[in-house]
Write a protein that binds this ligand. Structure first.
Ligand code: Q46
Ligand code: ZN
Ligand code: ZN
Length: 317
């Protein structure tokens, strides 16, 4: 197998691009894809401060590395979710990555800073763990970005993630979610801009990127994800992709160009009428936001006061 660009020995074949690459040209391909995503969707302007949501997995670490490589001012934030060994290993991977490169990483630990963890939240709410987990992560990263004066939050969602979410939204005709499924969500009062610069790269590609760049990411997946719908949608799309390379890319990008606009009015309508949460000030439809209600329900507490926060950790309010 030869590199399509230089004819040297190739290490990866990308069937949907009908191309093979040597290590150098593959890394260049990844940078070009991220640059194209950022440019096409006006994700990040030169000089803006970026906060990268870091889990310690391949996608978030590849994203952080790519943004730094491309010259962006990108700092990281990681949240300890209290999901057994998985969370400890995730935090360790994020801390090691930042430490080796001298990058700034803000850290929050749900148990230490808010008095609860995701398994407890799932038991108390009697809902799947991903529901309180996703909501907590969104709330805390939005707050951290606004508090820290960042211009934009970047997350490591890749093409496989976005295509799987799109399939789920289409299968259930979640029209409000379809209207919001964009690689960029513009800033609104109380919300920072959010971007997904990896939407042009697949999971296999972000993993290969990490291996070739010597990035030590946590390979283990979150144990709470086992059996969730998202994984089944990914498997379904993978089996279609195996027979017809390029289907995932077409499914997602043709949706953006041909269909997403039709659902936008519904998403805009759902976002109207938000007022500040009586406790934390985050935008909410009720008096108290979902995060503050969850913290109360699980017997958690307000963030630890500033002077008790350990050195190297993020200070909240
Ligand atoms: S960490 Fe949290 Fe994910 Fe685990 S509990 Fe679900 S949402 S699967 S990205
Ligand atoms: Zn080459
Ligand atoms: Zn609140």
């Amino acid at each position: 197998m030869k590199c399509t660009v230089c004819k040297g020995p190739a290490v990866i074949d990308l069937r949907r691009h009908n191309a093979n690459f040597c290590p150098d040209h593959f890394l260049r391909f990844c940078r070009d894809q991220v640059t194209k995503a950022i440019t096409d969707h006006a994700m990040i302007a030169p000089g803006e401060r970026v906060l990268v949501a870091v889990s310690g997995g391949k996608d978030s670490l590849a994203l952080w590395d790519l943004l730094v490589e491309l010259g962006y001012d990108a700092e990281g934030m990681t949240i300890g979710l209290g999901i057994g060994d998985y969370s400890a290993a995730s935090t360790d991977a994020a801390v090691a990555f930042a430490g080796e490169r001298g990058l700034k990483l803000c850290r929050i630990d749900l148990r230490e800073d808010y008095g609860y963890d995701i398994p407890t939240a799932a038991t108390v709410t009697r809902r799947v763990p991903c529901s309180s987990c996703g909501m907590s992560k969104r709330h805390l990263i939005d707050a951290a970005a606004l508090d820290g004066g960042y211009d934009v939050v970047a997350t490591g969602h890749n093409l496989d993630d976005e295509a799987a979410v799109l399939l789920g939204n289409v299968l259930h005709w979640q029209t409000e979610y379809l209207g919001r499924q964009q690689p960029v969500l513009e800033a609104r009062p109380g919300f920072p801009r959010k971007v997904k610069p990896l939407v042009r790269l697949s999971e296999r590609e972000t993993a290969a990127y990490c291996v070739l760049r010597g990035i030590d990411y946590i390979v283990e997946e979150c144990p709470m994800a086992a059996g969730n719908r998202h994984l089944r949608y990914k498997e379904a799309l993978n089996s279609i992709e195996a027979g017809s390379p390029g289907t995932k890319h077409a499914f997602y990008f043709e949706f953006l160009s041909k269909a997403a606009g039709h659902f936008r009015p519904e998403a805009t309508e759902a976002q109207e009428g938000l007022a500040p949460c009586a406790r934390c000030g985050a935008p909410t439809t009720g008096e108290v936001c979902a995060f503050c209600r969850l913290v109360e329900r699980v017997g958690g507490h307000e963030p630890v006061p500033v002077d008790l926060v350990r050195p190297g950790r993020r200070r909240r309010r």
